[in-house]
Design a protein around this ligand. Structure first.
Ligand code: SF4
Length: 377
C-alpha cells in the first residue's frame, strides 16, 4: 500500500546574464530586462493549477533554482514568496533555499531575500581561481564569491551552501585542493563539491577542453574528501557534504523518492496519491511558450514496472542505509516483486541486507550503473 511521502516545491527562474559553456540546465541568456512581474504571475498561476494535485498537504521545503534566481529584485522575491504562501500551506519550519550567483548579489538584496522568507542560500562559487572562472564563463571573480559567502554567514541564515567544482580544464592537484581549502575557510554549513562533466549540447560538448586525467581526478577526489572529513563535513551523497544537521532537506526529499511540485519553465514534478498513482509532470521549457499561459508540457503516470528503477536510482544516491519498508511505502509494490534482483545485487556485493535495511556497499557505489540495471524494466 502506497503512503504519500513528504512534499517539496521547486520553482525555476530560467534566465542568466550569460550561458556558461558547461551548462546544460534550462537557462536562457538574458536579453534586456527580466519580465519579473509577468513571469512571477505565471509561476503563481502555474502553482495554483498544480495545487489541485495536493489537496491540503503541507509543503516541507522550497528550492528556487535556475538559471539565476538572484537576478530577481527583492520586491519580486517578496511578491513570489507571498503568493506561494497564499496558495499552499508551508510548514513553519520549512527550509527555503534560493540559488545565488556571486556576480548578482549585494548586501541589501541578501537581507531583503531573507525578509521575504528565504532561510538558506546556495552560492555558485565553482572555483576561487580567476583564470578558472574565466574558462568557466562565470561573471564573478574570487573576491565576489568570498564576499557573498561572508554576507550569507553574517545574516545568520539557517544554512548556506557553496557550490564548488573540481576536475576543471588544466586544473592541477594543488589548484583543486586550494579551491576546497578556501571554501572550508569560509565555514559554510554545506558544501556541494562536484566534478565537472562535459555534457552534449553545451559549448564544452562541441569543443571539449582538456581535463585532468583519471589518475589526477582520483587524487584530487581522495585528498579533497579527506580534507572535508577532517574539517567536520560528512558526505551524505556523491557530491554533497554537510556539517552534522545541515544536510539539504530539499535534495534529501528527492533522493528518498519524496514528492515535489515543479513550477516555472521546464520544471519537473512528482506527486503520489493515496489511491496508488504516481504522477510525473514537466512544464513548458522556453520562457516565451511558458508565458503564453499553457504551463504543462507533459505528464504521465509511473507504471508499476518502472517504479523499482526510479526508486533505487534516487535512493542509492544517498549513502545512508535505507529502510526496506520504505520501498513498499513509497512505490506501493511488495518487496517480493524485486526479490530476485535484490538477491543478484547482494550476490554481486553491491548491497548488503539486514532484517530491516539495505545498504549500498563501496563496490555498489563504484558500479552504480550495473546495480541500477538490475532494476531496469
Ligand atoms: S549561471 Fe548556472 S544556470 Fe546559469 S548558465 Fe551558468 S551554470 Fe547555467
Amino acid at each position: 500500500m502506497l503512503s504519500v511521502p513528504p512534499l517539496s516545491l521547486y520553482i525555476h527562474i530560467p534566465w542568466c546574464v550569460q550561458k556558461c559553456p558547461y551548462c546544460d540546465f534550462n537557462s536562457h541568456t538574458l536579453k534586456g530586462e527580466i519580465p519579473q512581474q509577468e513571469y512571477i504571475q505565471h509561476v503563481l498561476n502555474d502553482l495554483q493549477q498544480d495545487a489541485q494535485l495536493i489537496g491540503n498537504r503541507t509543503v516541507k521545503t522550497i528550492f528556487i533554482g535556475g538559471g539565476t534566481p538572484s537576478l530577481l529584485s527583492a520586491e519580486s522575491m517578496q511578491v513570489l514568496m507571498d503568493g506561494v504562501r497564499n496558495i499552499i500551506t508551508l510548514d513553519p519550519q520549512a527550509e527555503v533555499t534560493m540559488e545565488a550567483n556571486p556576480g548578482t548579489v549585494e548586501a541589501e538584496r541578501f537581507y531583503a531575500y531573507q525578509q521575504a522568507g528565504i532561510n538558506r542560500i546556495s552560492i555558485g562559487v565553482q572555483s576561487f581561481g580567476s583564470d578558472k572562472l574565466i574558462t568557466l564563463g562565470r561573471i564573478h571573480g574570487p573576491e565576489e564569491a568570498k564576499k557573498a559567502a561572508r554576507l550569507a554567514a553574517e545574516l545568520g541564515l539557517r544554512s548556506f551552501n557553496l557550490d564548488l567544482m573540481h576536475g576543471l580544464p588544466a586544473q592541477t592537484f594543488s589548484e583543486g585542493l586550494s579551491d576546497l581549502r578556501q571554501a572550508i575557510e569560509l565555514s559554510p554549513p554545506h558544501i556541494s563539491w562536484y566534478q565537472l562533466t562535459i555534457e552534449p549540447n553545451t559549448q564544452f560538448g562541441s569543443r571539449p577542453p582538456v581535463l585532468p586525467d583519471d589518475d589526477a581526478l582520483w587524487e584530487i577526489y581522495t585528498e579533497g574528501h579527506q580534507m572535508l572529513t577532517a574539517a567536520g563535513y560528512q558526505q551524505y551523497e556523491t557530491s554533497a557534504y554537510a556539517k552534522p544537521g545541515f544536510q539539504c532537506q530539499h535534495n534529501i526529499n528527492y533522493w528518498r523518492f519524496g514528492d515535489y511540485l515543479g513550477v516555472g519553465c521546464g520544471a519537473h514534478g512528482k506527486i503520489s496519491f493515496a489511491d496508488g498513482r504516481i504522477l510525473r509532470t514537466v512544464k513548458v521549457k522556453h520562457p516565451r511558450g511558458y508565458m503564453e499561459g499553457r504551463y504543462l508540457d507533459q505528464s504521465h503516470q509511473v507504471s508499476d514496472e518502472d517504479r523499482p528503477f526510479e526508486y533505487f536510482m534516487n535512493r542509492f544516491r544517498l549513502l545512508e542505509a535505507m529502510e526496506r519498508s520504505d520501498f513498499t511505502r513509497f512505490t506501493g509494490l511488495s518487496e517480493a516483486r524485486i526479490r530476485s534482483q535484490l538477491d543478484q545485487a547482494i550476490k554481486q556485493g553491491y548491497i548488503t541486507e539486514t532484517a530491516t535495511q539495505w545498504q549500498i556497499t563501496q563496490h555498489g557505489k563504484l558500479f552504480l550503473n550495473s546495480l541500477l540495471e538490475l532494476f531496469l524494466n
